[in-house]
Design a protein around this ligand. Structure first.
Ligand code: ZN
Length: 57
C-alpha cells in the first residue's frame, strides 16, 4: 500500500507525480510524490489553471 502525499489516503493505485520547479519555487526542483487518482486529477486541474493565468500576463 502506498500513501497519497496530498491527502494521506492509502491506496494501491497511487500515481507518481513529478512536480516541476514552477510548481513551487521554495522547494526542491524536482520532487517526486505520490497522489491518489483524485488528488492527481486535482493537481492536473490546478496546473492547467496556472498555465492559463500565465498566458493572461
Ligand atoms: Zn489523495
Amino acid at each position: 500500500m502506498l500513501r497519497c502525499d496530498f491527502c494521506g489516503a492509502e491506496s494501491d493505485r497511487v500515481i507518481r507525480v513529478v512536480l516541476d520547479r514552477d510548481y513551487d519555487r521554495l522547494t526542491v526542483r524536482h520532487v517526486k510524490m505520490y497522489a491518489c487518482p483524485e488528488c492527481s486529477a486535482k493537481k492536473d486541474r490546478e496546473r492547467k489553471e496556472r498555465e492559463k493565468e500565465k498566458k493572461k500576463k
